[in-house]
Design a protein around this ligand. Structure first.
Ligand SMILES: [Zn+2]
Length: 220
C-alpha cells in the first residue's frame, strides 16, 4: 500500500515542484496518515486544511461567486436523487447526492471555480482522484472522478486555472465531473452559487459512449 501510494504521489510531487509558487508552502500537509485517510469524504478532509486568510473587511463579491468548472451537461442534480450508488442519510433513505454531476468526455479540462488553495487527493474509490479548493470565508469546492490531477499540495490557484481533467475514477459509472460546494465542510446545492447555465459542452468525440448510466435526464 505504501509503495502504491508513493507511486501515485510521485507525479504530483513533480507537478508541485515545477508549478507556480505555492502560497501555502510554509504550511505542512496535515498530520494525518494518508493510508488510513484514503477514501474518506471531504467532510473529513476539509476541516484539516488551511484556508486562505480572510480579513475582517473581506466581503464576498456581488452575485454568483463561482464560475462553472467545466464545459459539460448537467446530468444529476444535488439532493435526494434516489440513485443507489449515493449514500443514504436520515432525510433520504437512499441516494443523497452531495454535489452536481456534469457529464463530459474524458480529458475535458476542469477549471477552478474561484481563487483559492488547491489540494490533490489521488484515490481509486468513492470520489476517485479529486481536488479540494479552499476559498475565502469558509467556502470550499470539490472536484471528483478526475482522470488526471494538475495541482500540488496547497498550491494557490486562480479562477479558471486547469486543476485536472474529467475522468471516471472511483465510484463512477462514466466520464463526468462530480462538483461540490461546501461551507464549513457541509455540502450545499452548488446551483445558486454558479452563474447561469453551464457553458455549451465541447463537441463529443466519435465513439463516446454517451451519458453515464446515472444520467438524471436520460434515466427511464
Ligand atoms: Zn456526483
Amino acid at each position: 500500500m505504501a509503495r502504491r501510494l508513493l507511486l501515485v504521489l510521485a507525479p504530483l510531487l513533480l507537478v508541485a515542484a515545477s508549478g507556480p509558487p505555492r502560497a501555502a508552502a510554509d504550511q505542512p500537509a496535515p498530520q494525518v496518515d494518508l493510508q488510513t485517510q484514503f477514501s474518506l469524504a471531504p467532510s473529513v478532509w476539509l476541516p484539516l486544511l488551511a484556508a486562505p486568510a480572510t480579513g475582517p473587511d473581506w466581503r464576498p463579491p456581488d452575485g454568483p461567486r463561482l464560475a462553472w468548472p467545466v464545459r459539460a451537461r448537467l446530468s444529476q442534480p444535488f439532493g435526494c436523487t434516489g440513485f443507489g450508488l449515493e449514500p443514504s442519510t436520515d432525510a433520504c433513505a437512499v441516494g443523497f447526492h452531495y454535489g452536481i454531476d456534469l457529464a463530459a468526455p474524458m480529458w475535458t479540462p476542469v477549471q477552478a471555480a474561484a481563487d483559492g488553495l488547491a489540494y490533490p487527493f489521488p484515490d481509486t474509490q468513492l470520489y476517485g482522484n479529486h481536488v479540494l479548493i479552499q476559498h475565502q470565508a469558509g467556502l470550499a469546492t470539490v472536484y471528483g472522478h478526475l482522470v488526471g490531477l494538475n495541482v500540488g499540495w496547497g498550491q494557490a490557484v486562480r479562477q479558471g486555472d486547469v486543476i485536472g481533467w474529467v475522468g471516471s475514477t472511483g465510484n463512477s459509472t462514466g466520464p463526468h465531473l462530480h462538483f461540490e460546494v461546501r461551507f464549513a465542510a457541509n455540502p450545499y446545492d452548488p446551483m445558486p452559487y454558479l452563474a447561469g447555465s453551464p457553458p455549451d459542452p465541447f463537441a463529443l468525440p466519435a465513439g463516446w459512449p454517451g451519458m453515464p448510466p446515472d444520467d438524471f435526464y436520460g434515466r427511464s
